[in-house]
Design a protein. Sequence first.
Length: 579
Amino acid sequence: MKVSLLFFLVFISALYTSAQNYTDYLGAGHTIGITVTTGHTQNANNRGDKLVDGFPITDAALLADASRFLAQATLGYDYNMIEMAAAMGYEAWLDEQFALPRNAILDQMVEVATNGNGFDGPVFELDASMDQFRYAWWDNHMKNPDMLRHKMNYVLSQIFVVSAFGSDLFEDIGDFSSVYYDVLGQNTFGNFRTLLSEVSLNPMMGIYLSHLNNPRSDPANNIHPDENYAREVMQLFSIGLYELNPDGSRRLDANGNVIPTYNNEDIREFAKIFTGFGDGGRMGEWGGFGTGSLRESGRAPMIMYEEHHEPGQKFLLNGQVVPAGQTGMQDFNAAMDNLFNHPNVGPFIGKALIQFLVSSNPSPAYIERVSRTFDANCNGVRGDMKAVIKAILLDPEARSCNALANPTGGMLREPIVRYTNFLKAFQFRANPYFEVFLGRWYEATGQIPLFASTVFNFFQPNFQPNGPIANQNLVAPVFQIHNSSTSIGFVNQTDDWTLKEEALRTDSQVAMDLSAEMALANTPAALVDRLSLLLAAGQISPASKSIIVNALNQLNGPADRVNMAIYLILISPDYAILK
């Protein structure tokens, strides 16, 4: 069973470039000139009573489009959420998500650490390690309604990368990871300028990219400012390596050569900016941590120690000069403004977000529309993250039916996103907390939050797998961690979730709601249709549906049929590739 299905996943998904064809219909992607509203609210809780542009929300095409939107905007959703998004309209759904209160990962981590995770017995707050952060991360996703924020936090954590990989400090003290994730959460819907600044001042980032306790120059003792963060804040967090046009293409000089955004001298000048930052914990100190505790150091932003900050002028990008005589924080803010206002930020960050949310190969026109929104929202404000998120998720290239038929569109879903989508679809519940052995998951699939092996994330945005994708000069970033080992690991993990004896556990600790699926167990075609809508945005092809239905017809028990149907859809290329 596993060998044949593994071949089905590894070979077909690696070469999967075709798309399911749909006939044209109103309201499922053609949004230009159409206002989506709820027709009436009488008996609104009864399925089929809500209307969108005169169509009942039970219309399969409309629900499939809503499922596809939620697959881009969240880390998972259930059937009721699909109906809600279809009835509300996508912009209204986004506005509602923007307004939801933030749930702090740190608070949940402390709760988990204080009360115990329900499996190993109670632990104390001082023992809150990376494991407790991971429990809190899962618990936050499964229990809280701010689904868009959780998706964006996860995406941003792969752009502004920090990692506990190889760090005993971060593994032992989960506060560092929790606070860093909360910094992302606090600024996900704010302004990019503030996000860049707060990421730069975070102690986990300061340790990870070594600008915590970064000293001023001392030539006599051969001491020079560390250049690590100065390099990465430009290359990875803001402007990239080469000057860009608004559509993301590289600018060329008069000789047709690409134009670097910075050089080694620029790195040295920015390195001077990032000197003098030390521990900001209770009674912080320069050169080490404060007399409070490592936990407090992990929770407080770094602070400037003026006597250790490089004095004098600094020469930044585009001819900007930071004058001598300023405070260290004035120098820092000048550098943040210099990067934030660079014309590369819109296309560089905009394309990165599109690649995580919608498509690995967005068109230049799509990138430019998002870039222009970054440059100025409807009120002329630069860096408005809400406006950028809307521009990405509501763009015609994301919403049009044409995207489904575009052989170069879409993306391979990240393995952890495939898992969270599965759990959310069936309203997975755990009491008191969701324990998941993420160490084993990492070994199986190569991905867990805040655990990339390098600052370049689990995969790079321009990765090209050999074969048809590279031959067409396309990219497929997530395929960098989709290989013979991780593809087997994903199939085996899926087998554990769905086909083992405990797959349908309904005890007090773990439960999933499969009642709607069990009701369809005796009609395999209808069961597959529902699971296609719920898990794969209605994109299970007729060929895959036929294979799955034939497999289900060979089984007798309702639970066996439901588990097998879920299993086969989760390992199908139609689910792996989100168009």
